[in-house]
Each structure stands twice: as structure tokens, then as C-alpha cells.
Design a protein around this ligand. Structure first.
Ligand code: CAA
Length: 389
């Protein structure tokens, strides 16, 4: 595995770093405190091509590769995890899903406005009674008697960008009698301005507070048959394949917040004095620094490896499920470990809202939960290793 970054990749990383440090860092605390959606920032990110990084220019994107995507995610998350969540769903769950499974017409109509950042995309899989066990969803899509529409009824929960999304990929049961049950699920492209689409309560959250999350209701929503994504019954596989890509983005996000917490800790360990010397001179702090650094670098290797596997899959069609799950699992647990240690190194200041350390700690937690919990990543890795799936 060759992990040397090309000149082009370094330029992209530096450009995104400069933007994030200048435009996002100064306002991150405001958006976290108020829970407002950072629309002006998202618009600027759209202008920079960050809302559709891997989307070909013909469909409004930047036409870059997965390494560029991972580098950009890392830099945005280093500045603010919530903003990187909005970016991640737009890029890897929404745009990637349609680019991979959509028709030419669907790509033009549904990807272009979202990849260019003019509109926001979302991905609606989870339901109140169906989280990790995604195949048990109850949302129903029935073909209308004239065969022109699917009539959709049901409820989705925990939908990232749900309160603001213009468009989404929705998963619903078209055949509730199918066995195994996941073969009765199909995917749909949803225009949220159509009647029958209702946004529910916005979730108050521990972290990523500027990333809006809510319930969605479908009440006799008429989805034109041409907005079916893939074939009927293919929805579960589409959902899983899209999550493989999404999990690489979450790994990069986790890496970014871990780096932010680590850099702040290094600085503090050098500057803060106790017992007549910088606290970094104490071995108990040094042990934390060494463990944080090792886990961050190991996360980076797994994340870039997964990005390379996804790029190779474009040619070979091979799945990169295990690589993505390993990257997400290790990087998210690293983010939690590193931000926890960062709070401890900062002591009272780590617990105070005067510094961003407590925000990093609150924000990092979600990376162990969404797009598949750490338990689900372990299950995916082990099943694949044992050949059980
Ligand atoms: N790619 C393509 N196909 C896949 C696949 C993948 N990665 N993983 C599974 N499949 C296929 C299998 O080959 C199988 O196909 P067949 O019908 O031919 O047999 C089918 O899908 C069913 O697979 P399983 O039997 O393994 O399915 P399962 O019911 O046991 O579930 C699971 C497996 C891994 C637990 C899965 O349900 C899962 O990943 N759950 C977690 C869901 C999740 O991540 N939710 C996050 C919500 S989205 C979110 O958080 C977004 C946000 O807003 C930020």
C-alpha cells in the first residue's frame, strides 16, 4: 500500500485546511451552542466543491477521488465535526448512492443540485423500531393501481440533515411477505417539497448539535415510479453498499476530531506548568501522548487503506466492506479515546466551555454510533473473516 500523498492531494488538503481554520473554527462554538444549522458555511463549502467531492464535474461535483474526500473530511472535522457530518451525508450517502445505482437521468436530475451544494441531501434508513437490524423496517411503498406511483407511508427517525434536506434516498418495504425479509426492500428518490412528506421533531443531541437531525413522516406520499433507485427488492443491498462508502467518511471524520484534540493536548502539555515544570515532562502525561499518537496514526493507515480499496473497487467491482468497517471501528474508538484523554490532560479547562475540548469529546461519541455502531462493525468484520456471510 503506497500512502504517499500526491502533490495534488497535498494541495487539496492545504486548501481545505486553510478554509476550515479560517471560516469554520471561529464560528464552531456559536453553532454548537445555538444548534443553528450552519447554512452560510455549507454554501461556501458548496462553492469550493466540498459537497460533491467525488462526483464527476458533469454532475456538478469536483471530480476528485476518495483520498481527496478523506483528506477534506479530516480537515473539516478537525475544525467542526457537525459541519463534517452534513458534508459526509451529502457526499457519501446521498451522491455516492445515486452515482452508483442511478440511471443517467437520475444522476443528472438528483445529483447535480446536491453535489454543487445548492441543495442538501439525506439518507433515510433508520426507523424507531429498526436501527442496527435495518431489514426489519416497516415503512411501506405500494404500487398505485395505475402503476404510475409508489404510495409511501411510514416513519423514519434519526435522519441527519432531515430538517433541511431538499432530497433524500429513502428505503421502504415494497414486498412485506418476501423471505428473507431484506429482499422486500426497495430504494426511492424523494423530493421533500411534494405533499405527504412531513418533518417531525428535531432531536436535541449531546454533540454535533449544528447538524440537524429529525424524524420524517410519509403520509400517502406519491413517488413517481421513475424515482425508484435500482430494481425493486434491491434496496437493502443498496443501503449496505452505500454505508460501506459512508463508513470511510466517518472514519476520516473521527480521525479529524482526534487530531484536533491531540494537537490541543500537545500544546497544553508544553505550556501548562505544575510542580515547577511543564506537565508534558511528567511520565503519566507522556504515556497519554504516546498512546494518543499511536492510535491516531493507526487510524490514518486504516482509513487511507479503506479509501484505496474503494478506489480499486471502481475497476474491479470488489466489495470493500471489511476495510471500511475496520477503519470506522478503529478510528471512532480512537476519537473517543483521544478526546477523553484530552479532557483529562486539560483538567478543569478540559471540562470548561471556554475551550473546544469538551465539544470534541461530546462530538466524538457519535462516530461510534451512526452509520453502524461499533458492535455492528465488529459483527461485519468477524462475519466476513469467518466466511459466515
Ligand atoms: N454490500 C452489498 N450487499 C451487502 C452488504 C454490503 N456491504 N452487506 C450485506 N449485503 C447483502 C448480503 O450479501 C445479503 O444478500 P442476499 O440477499 O443475496 O443474501 C443481504 O445483503 C443481507 O445481508 P445479511 O444477511 O448480512 O443482513 P443482516 O440482516 O444480517 O444485517 C447488518 C447485516 C450488517 C447487521 C446490517 O443490517 C447493518 O449494517 N446494520 C447497521 C445499519 C446501519 O449502519 N445503520 C445506520 C443508519 S444510517 C445513518 O446513521 C446515516 C446518518 O444519518 C448519518
Amino acid at each position: 500500500m503506497d500512502l504517499r500523498l500526491s502533490k495534488e492531494h497535498l494541495l487539496i488538503r492545504d486548501m481545505v485546511r486553510e478554509f476550515a481554520q479560517k471560516e469554520i473554527v471561529p464560528v464552531a462554538e456559536h453553532y454548537d451552542r445555538t444548534g443553528e444549522f450552519p447554512l452560510p458555511i455549507v454554501q461556501k463549502m458548496g462553492e469550493l466543491g466540498l459537497m460533491g467531492i467525488e462526483v464527476p464535474e458533469a454532475y456538478g461535483g469536483a471530480g476528485l477521488d476518495t483520498i481527496a474526500y478523506v483528506l477534506a473530511m479530516e480537515e473539516i472535522a478537525r475544525a467542526d465535526v457537525a459541519t463534517s457530518t452534513i458534508m459526509s451525508v451529502n457526499n457519501s450517502l446521498y451522491c455516492h448512492g445515486i452515482l452508483t445505482f442511478g440511471t443517467e437521468e437520475q444522476k443528472r436530475e438528483w445529483v447535480t443540485p446536491v453535489a454543487s451544494g445548492r441543495e442538501i441531501g439525506a439518507y433515510a434508513l433508520t426507523e424507531p423500531m429498526s436501527g442496527s437490524d435495518a431489514g426489519t423496517m416497516r415503512t411501506r411503498a405500494e404500487l398505485s393501481p395505475d402503476g404510475r406511483h409508489y404510495i409511501i407511508n411510514g416513519r423514519k427517525s434519526w435522519i441527519t440533515s432531515g430538517p433541511v434536506a431538499h432530497r433524500l434516498i429513502l428505503f421502504a418495504k415494497t414486498d412485506p411477505t418476501a423471505e428473507p425479509k431484506h429482499r422486500g426492500i426497495s430504494a426511492f428518490l424523494i423530493d421533500t417539497s411534494r405533499p405527504g412528506f412531513v418533518r417531525g421533531k428535531v432531536e436535541p443531541k449531546l454533540g454535533i448539535r449544528a447538524s440537524a437531525t429529525c424524524e420524517l413522516f410519509f403520509e400517502d406520499y406519491l413517488c413517481p415510479v421513475e424515482n425508484l433507485l435500482g430494481k425493486p427488492g434491491e434496496g437493502f443491498k443498496i443501503a449496505m453498499a452505500v454505508l460501506d462508502a459512508g463508513r470511510i467518511g466517518i472514519a476520516a471524520q473521527a480521525l479529524g476530531v482526534a487530531e484536533a484534540a491531540y494537537e490541543a493536548s500537545l500544546h497544553y502539555a508544553r505550556e501548562r506548568h505544575a510542580f515547577g515544570q511543564p506537565i508534558g515532562a511528567f511520565q503519566m502525561i507522556q504515556q497519554k501522548i504516546a498512546d494518543m499518537k499511536c492510535r491516531i496514526e493507526a487510524s490514518r493507515l486504516l482509513t487511507y487503506q479503506a479509501a484505496l480499496a474503494k478506489m480499486a473497487a471502481k475497476e474491479t467491482g470488489a466489495r470493500y466492506t471489511t476495510e471500511a468497517a475496520m477503519a470506522k471501528l478503529f478510528a471512532s474508538e480512537t476519537a473517543m479515546f483521544v478526546t477523553h484523554q484530552a479532557v483529562q490532560i486539560h483538567g478543569g479547562m478540559g471540562y470548561s466551555k471556554e475551550l473546544p475540548i469538551e465539544r470534541y469529546f461530546r462530538d466524538a461519541k457519535i462516530t461510534e454510533i451512526y452509520e453502524g455502531t461499533s458492535e455492528i462493525q465488529r459483527l461485519v468484520i468477524a462475519r466476513n473473516e469467518l466466511g459466515l456471510r
